[in-house]
Design a protein around this ligand. Structure first.
Ligand code: CA
Length: 232
């Protein structure tokens, strides 16, 4: 059972979500207002906020920005509900730290599966052990050494950081802009192509293990959930 805040102003969708989430045993708090959603998030400390982007008062993207920007609520998972064609909002949402999105109109079954998947993910910083073993990939963080199968790779410091950053947030999409700011320390959207160039080079060096770094069209990159998922 999880606590879920639903911020959605369409009453029919409110009702569908309320009914189905409760049926799965979740505790549900519903509001049509972004401001009220923020208040509920602070007060109820939910496990997940389901967030519509087109709200009557505050845009959903702004709600997400404020949730993720406040230490009291930044650990709460956010799943955005976007209308078809709002790709820009989706990209912005990931940059703001949303954990997933569902495009309306959605199938209730699919939405419930996605909710369960997001709830299974750990929140907050993932554990960082000194050694990573993921399928055919092995990384020694402290020594900055990387192996695929038993062969050691020569990665630049940037490529190493890029690989580890993607790994640490595996199964979450990383936008080019957020990678630029976290790996390169640059806040700019002019040079996002730099990210593509480096990811391409990193993949080439990783060889077979390059399949672990997946492209999410129109958004950015993500590290595979499991080696099996990547098929390597
Ligand atoms: Ca709406």
């Amino acid at each position: 059972m999880a606590k879920i805040v639903v911020v959605e102003d369409e009453t029919d969708i409110q009702q569908i979500l309320d009914y189905n989430l409760r049926e799965q045993g979740h505790k549900v708090f519903i509001t049509a207002s972004g401001e009220e959603g923020l208040r509920l998030a602070r007060e109820k400390k939910p496990d997940l906020v389901l967030l519509d982007l087109m709200l009557p008062d505050v845009p959903g993207t702004e709600v997400c920005r404020r949730l993720k920007g406040d230490a009291a609520t930044s650990g709460i998972r956010v799943m955005m509900l976007t209308a078809k064609g709002e790709e820009i909002d989706r990209v912005v949402g990931f940059e703001l730290g949303a954990d997933d999105y569902v495009i309306k109109p959605f199938s209730v079954r699919e939405l419930m599966l996605r909710v369960q998947a997001v709830l299974r993910r750990p929140t907050g910083p993932t554990e960082t052990s000194a050694h990573i073993t993921f399928g055919r990939l092995r990384v020694d963080r402290e020594a900055h050494r990387v192996w695929v199968d038993e062969e050691e790779l020569e990665l630049t410091a940037l490529e190493f950081k890029l690989l580890v950053t993607l790994y640490d947030r595996r199964n979450r999409v990383q936008s080019r802009a957020s990678l630029l700011s976290d790996v390169w320390g640059i806040d700019s959207d002019i040079t996002t192509r730099t990210v593509d160039t480096h990811v391409k080079r990193l993949r080439e060096k990783l060889g077979a293990a390059g399949a672990y770094v997946e492209t999410v069209r129109g958004v950015g990159y993500r590290f595979a959930d499991s080696p099996e998922e990547a098929g390597v």
